[in-house]
Design a protein. Sequence first.
Length: 370
Amino acid sequence: NIIPVNNSFHTTTPRRFSIRSNSFSKMAAPKDYRLLCLENPLLDIQAFGNQELLDKYGLKANDAILAEEKHQGLFEDLLQNYDAKLIAGGAAQNTARGAQYLLPPNSVVYLGGVGDDKYAAILHDAVKQAGLRVEYRVDPKINTGRCGVVITGHNRSMCTELGAANHYDLEHLKKPEVWSLVENAEVYYVGGYHFTVCPPAIMELAKQAASGNKPFILSLSAPFICQFFKEPLDASAPYWDYVIGNEGEAAAYAESHGLNTTDVKEIAKALANLPKENTQRKRVAIITQGTEPTIVAIQGEDEVKEYPVHSIDPAKINDTNGAGDAFAGGFAAGVVEGKSIEESIHMGQWLAKLSIQELGPSYPFPKQAY
Ligand code: 26A
């Protein structure tokens, strides 16, 4: 197990020391790996670009897509001509690193598929620094997935070649050493991008959550998931205890599901009130909107709440790649710790603010205390 070097509250508090009783408690220590995350580990090849580069590859300024034939040259182009940086990415892996940033050591484990190459080594370094445990399915014959990220202003265009991430499978999830982590976990977080890879693995986690009355958090991840992976997305919907998206994903969901509204609050309400498997928990739908307030709808409740984001001097923003993942990480950490929705949103916004000041989907080290 990896112990991250930092000065945060959690790591300076001995694990079995109870603050309330001011003594060593006889109660069991908090369990390890309470949060389990699943998705696609990727290496981000990120550069500051321009309209000409976007046009060359037919990319929109703010988008996330799967690479096609015409995008093949993008990665080399970014590296050769745009001084691209290699940064650990993969949306839910960013979220998992983020949640671990806020939680006590050994709180988060992440599953996904990688190759056995220099890119996987960079991912290993990043998760080690974050103190995140990973259980990768390693495919020695296939490259680790890559995501070309073109930053223009406050926009980011992402073009992903999934590589080994596309080969994650149920067999890996069901390996005894992995499945025991699944059973042990208390909260599950799945990045919706994984609907392009292994929906059966998502369903396994979803059912595991519902049967144990444990929270299952799903991120909508990108408009194209709502549009083109509607069937597996909808099959998982009854299991969502928390669904997180941004305004673009909300709009794509509404359009592809015939909701006949573009009002973000109405869309959040519709998401919150979809049929639900585990009726012991009310579903919560959370829609982020960049610098605009975060919207929260709760199943069965009329009022939709708004939470303003934490203000930041625009000069301090490095790039917004990974801001949404960081928000989800902070929020998930709040859910793990049993915090209120308001506090969990606050934790998400706090972490997003830290992340946008870093290059790519990263967090500052040494750690800042929440
Ligand atoms: C299947 N796709 C397209 C993807 C991704 C992805 N993560 C998983 N699957 N496309 C982009 N990303 C990641 O999103 C992060 C920013 O939110 C990028 O790797 C980037 O780190």
